[in-house]
Design a protein around this ligand. Sequence first.
Ligand code: SF4
Length: 658
Amino acid sequence: MNSERMDLMEKQKTSKCYGWRGKILRVNLTAKTIQEEDLPEELMTGYIGGSGLNARLLYDLLRGNPQTDTLSPDNPLIFGCGPAVGTNFPCATRFTVTAKSPLTGIFGDSNAGGYFGIQVKKAGYDHIVITGASETPIALLIKEGTPAQLIDAQDLWGRDTYETDALIEKKFGACESARIGPAGEHLVRYANIFSGRKRVGANGRAGMGCVMGSKKLKAIIVSGSGTVPVADKNKLDELASRYREIWGKGPGTAANAEYGTLMLIAQIGAEVGIKNDQEKISEEQLNRYDLGEFITRYKRGKTACYRCPVGCSQKWGIDEGPYRGESGDKIEFGHYLHLGPLLGVFDFPSVFHLSDRINRLGMDCTQFGWNLAMAMECFQRGILGSEATDGIELDWGDVEMISRLMEKVASRDGFGDILAENIPEMIRRLGPAATPYGFHTKGMTFPYNRKEVLPMSLASSVAARGADHMKGHPFSGLVGAQEMLERIFGPDIPAEITDPRSPVAKGRVVWWHENYKMVMDSLGLCFIPIAATSIYGEPLILIEELGEIYQAITGKDAGTLFAAGERACQVEKSFNALLGISRKDDIRQGTTRGQEDPIHHPGMLDEYYFYRGCSTEGMPTRKRLEESGLADIADDLARAGKVANRECPPIEDLVAHT
Ligand code: SF4
């Protein structure tokens, strides 16, 4: 270790808290107690904040009883905002909600942007840990300068996510809220948490809104005006101004600014699967989703998260047809994919209409779409009849039927009660004939099965929260970013690493991206501008660049950042290992429709486990856990018979830079 780094580590021991507010708010809804607690230094530096620190808090709260029922008062609901959130750095808006997932029964978390996390930081907190459950609807009110309090929320119960916020604004004025809709109240297993007002966001995945509903917690209302102190203001100002320029005016983010995530309609194009992925979208169907038409006919402006120069959130409005007069402010590629082609719907107005409905009800459009698509294919094949669906015909492309079923799911009415579950439970209730048509990994959709995008297929299979593309989005391997991959792994990388159709070296790509994304989510930085500019190398924003930002904000040693990402990923995997998750669970379930499942490409999963420091069965190893400073977790796993003793190389031997 060089002397400069030793000096920095010495200073850290005595330094004031920068970036972090240094406080956890602990709320017990059963006992109706609220306590402030100091955030221990070793948690800040060891896990950064946000997602990473949330994972450790969850692990510690449930390590004694990982089998805790996900809807029991003992399942904690943890909000975390990293050290960058609330500073003047652009796009530092992301906060994470973590709990044991009621959708999958394993580790669960979900990340969102907007303004809510900013207000939490300004009010003086990094994390809010909620345990227990109220018997009646309740809300948590956090106003800077006055003690946080629990307030009655009977008047909000039953309201949708937008109505709830409108009532909150009327009552409390300028503030931000994170709230659930009817789906969360009725314990739909994929209910989300909606937040924001000027720019709405959703913690969509893994059913965090269901956990909130199980606690009868309708909303968290927060307002603060404090500033987040930073260690090196001049340096951070310089970095903020540099990245504001790049992200606001550079070519990398131009499409995001114009179309938001809808830009992926053009990028992914004809690869999109329709009608429960039975076939690919036709040219004629795809042409009905013309992005030029989106701009000229439907776009009504855009919104941006706090201090974001991109502004990727698209506002829309409809002037004609059956949905004339409707408008909305949150439409993403996920809405298009899962409420459009997947269900046989092929026009923008219908997708907008359905997206607004599902946003208001407070449900994850991805899981809803795949659950309903499975039921619709079963209906098409005669496995399911209208006697089991409350007399509703599940015909592809029937927008009114889809809208009606959304309402039934959100209230768990009739057939909606089945659709409100996860795929394995739906199969249990629909019968074994439904098995081939339900796609999931570890209980969550949507699993990739695309030989054209092997890094994504692998990332989705091994993601700790179940099949999902955002835990370790492997964009460098998808677009063949040679310069980026050389910087990560050194110049001697195999040529096939840049080919997304080749399984070669994809394990290491996914491993690195999981740690990298964990660092972003823990700092609280938005993935979109970082990935958009790195893809084009203008400029590359890798661990070293994130470290520069981290150091300017916190004054801490940036050289520990990649190891902190690894540590947090190990905690998530270890939590799952305690619950019996292993290699068998990293395999996608559901029919492959005659194609070989890419996950079985020889060596792809094995290489991932090698880099992740797991056994060939996907179990964490004592060696890597101890290297990550997690000997206590290795001991927990050993007692449960879940730790492997395989030798694995140190992290610094696996990459060119940590
Ligand atoms: S790019 Fe989009 S999601 Fe990211 S901070 Fe900006 S507005 Fe928010």
